[in-house]
Design a protein around this ligand. Structure first.
Ligand code: UD1
Ligand code: UDP
Length: 361
């Protein structure tokens, strides 16, 4: 991670402290950082909690997406939720007291999100939440707890969809909520253009002109429950009878997936891949099988059908528009239509304008 921290030069600017820690947050932070670099009034410092720490889960995204080097990088990943979040809270509070940001920016619904939001709110620093208002209404998901709490601590809530705005309204949050579209659409626009030229993954795997499905599995609700993981594995193995499956595996499940699929040559289990490789695989695949939030939308951005390996999704418009289907849904296929909510890659610019406007910059 050698990118210079170019957005951090003018100390008179409004100072945004961004807290990231997990793979999808690096991806979302990239287009916002680019938009901040275009702004004449903002500067940004990035803190990396170290929730994700393997090079293939972290550094690859900073390098490919040209994200500036974090001003602090901690090593606070692993362990139970309470311990991890507690360690982050302590470290982030110290950082915020030292750096005295004007606002703290958090993304999504991970333990790094709630730690950043809570540390800032307790210090009376305004919290800005990107990907606000999403709900699965399943409180067994750690992510649902994190996102509900982060939303209720936030001053500005950047909602990717109309449903997200409505979810917040139903919880009494209207002030500060803005519909801005999905920053993942911005990230995809950037990656699509680069991946064509830079990624060699399809030829490296020897699957040019071969049909394949792209699969990821990592959710705690799937991987922490042995019988549920068995059911998902069976479902994926059944699909592999019809089409080969490329499965870049998250470190939390790679060991178990290797032992499950060791005799199944139709399943190509590989290490996590970088963002450009992921988009090359998305562009080349026939369909997607995933329990990832981000990948459900990226499948749509590549106009590939998706089967979501969960019992509910926060991204309801992908289902309504006929591009996505829950794995246990046997209802007839819906007609496909376009999804307007996510925007055309202009979400980061909208977010920056709203911040500048809100703080009178
Ligand atoms: C976290 C988020 C989840 C998000 C996902 C993105 C929470 C509660 N969950 O889940 O919402 O969808 O990130 O990928 O914050 N590990 C490694 N190397 C790494 C990272 C993780 O080996 O670089 C292993 C460790 O054993 C770790 C386990 O994966 O204990 C789980 O990591 P953790 O960050 O707790 O949860 P994720 O499943 O990654
Ligand atoms: N991703 C990636 N390489 C991989 C797996 C996923 O670049 O090997 C990207 C994926 O394209 C998406 C993001 O990581 O943009 C999703 O992250 P993840 O599934 O870990 O988290 P979630 O979105 O479910 O929170």
């Amino acid at each position: 991670m050698t990118n210079p921290d170019v957005s951090n030069n003018d100390l008179n600017r409004f100072h945004i402290l961004t807290v990231v820690g997990a793979r999808p947050q690096f991806i979302k932070a990239a287009p916002i950082n680019r938009a901040i670099q275009q702004s004449l009034t903002l500067r940004e410092s990035i803190i990396h909690t170290g929730q994700h720490y393997d090079a293939g889960m972290s550094d690859v995204f900073f390098d490919e997406l040209e994200i500036p080097k974090p001003v602090r990088r901690f090593d606070l990943g692993g362990g139970g939720h309470g311990r991890m979040t507690g360690r982050m809270l302590e470290a982030l509070e110290d950082c915020m007291e030292e750096l005295k940001p004007d606002a703290v920016l958090v993304y999504g619904d991970t333990n790094s999100t709630i730690a950043g939001a809570l540390a800032a709110a307790k210090l009376h620093i305004p919290v800005l939440h990107v990907e606000a208002g999403l709900r699965s209404f399943n409180r067994k998901m750690p992510e649902e707890i994190n996102r509900v709490m982060a939303d209720h601590l936030s001053k500005l809530l950047f909602c990717p969809t109309r449903t997200a705005v409505l979810n917040l309204k139903n919880e009494g949050i209207e002030t500060g909520a803005h519909l801005v579209g999905d920053v993942m659409a911005d990230a995809t626009l950037f990656a699509k253009s680069k991946s064509k030229a830079l990624s060699k993954i399809v030829s490296k795997l020897g699957i040019e002109n071969q049909p394949f499905a792209l699969c990821t599995i990592h959710r705690a609700e799937n991987s922490d429950d042995a019988s549920r993981l068995d059911a998902i594995i069976d479902f994926v193995a059944e699909k592999a009878k019809q089409i080969q499956i490329v499965l870049p595996a998250h470190p939390r499940v790679i060991g178990r997936l290797k032992s499950y699929f060791k005799d199944n040559s139709a399943i190509r289990l590989i290490d996590p891949v970088g963002y450009f490789d992921m988009h090359a695989l998305l562009a080349a695949c026939e369909f997607v099988l995933t329990d990832s939030g981000g990948l459900q939308k990226e499948a749509y951005f590549h106009r590939k059908p998706c089967i979501t390996l969960r019992d509910e999704t926060e991204w309801v418009e992908t289902i309504q528009a006929g591009w996505n289907r829950l794995w246990n849904d046997s209802s007839p296929a819906r007609a496909i239509s376009q999804i307007d909510d996510y925007g055309v890659g202009d979400s980061s610019g909208k977010i920056i304008s709203i911040i500048e406007n809100e703080f009178g910059l």
